[in-house]
Design a binder for this molecule. Structure first.
Ligand code: FES
Length: 169
């Protein structure tokens, strides 16, 4: 009789231990799958960099939304959209041309200032103070049906600023 009870009524806590073992097993499998997925994503080229599709085109807004002589940050796109006093648009990279820190727009000084080594740049991204060796990169801007669009696929390195870099509606 005692023997029968031993098999039919497991020790208290036995079923809980089994349950926890199963839970840990399932969690282990999930973690393994996630590691594989992350590794696959890391070693394969990102879609963002491969495609020229609309995925990397930032629709900044309507032309009329941007005041003249103003700077509008698009941090997720890593650029500032600049509207010049003549109505033209320029998308300048927020990456400093020295060592790549993020530049900040200073509204009072009307300059982009790098917090790392104090380079500064004017409204169109030209160097005011070194050590930055060249202007801030730009991104291609298109205006379609009154919408300002910035192609963040291809930052454009430049050695000077010229009017051809400015886009008009
Ligand atoms: Fe900007 Fe050095 S990284 S000045």
């Amino acid at each position: 009789m005692k023997e029968k009870n031993k098999h039919t009524n497991p020790e208290p806590g036995t079923s809980r231990r089994r349950f926890l073992k199963k839970v840990w097993g399932v969690l282990g499998i999930i973690a393994g799958v996630e590691v594989l997925a992350i590794s696959a994503g890391f070693f394969s080229p990102s879609k963002r960099n491969v495609t020229n599709g609309s995925r990397n085109i930032v629709e900044a807004g309507n032309v009329g939304d941007f005041k003249l002589n103003s700077v509008f940050p698009f941090r997720s796109g890593k650029f500032y959209l600049v509207r010049l006093s003549d109505g033209g648009f320029l998308a300048v990279s927020l990456k400093c041309s020295h060592l790549g820190c993020s530049v900040l727009w200073n509204e009072d000084k009307k300059e982009f200032i790098c917090p790392c080594h104090a380079s500064s740049f004017d409204l169109v991204g030209k160097v005011i103070n070194p050590p930055a060796p060249r202007p801030l990169d730009t991104f291609p801007v298109k205006i379609e049906q009154g919408i300002v669009k910035v192609d963040i696929n291809n930052p454009q390195r430049r050695n000077n600023f010229n009017k051809d870099q400015v886009v008009y509606a």
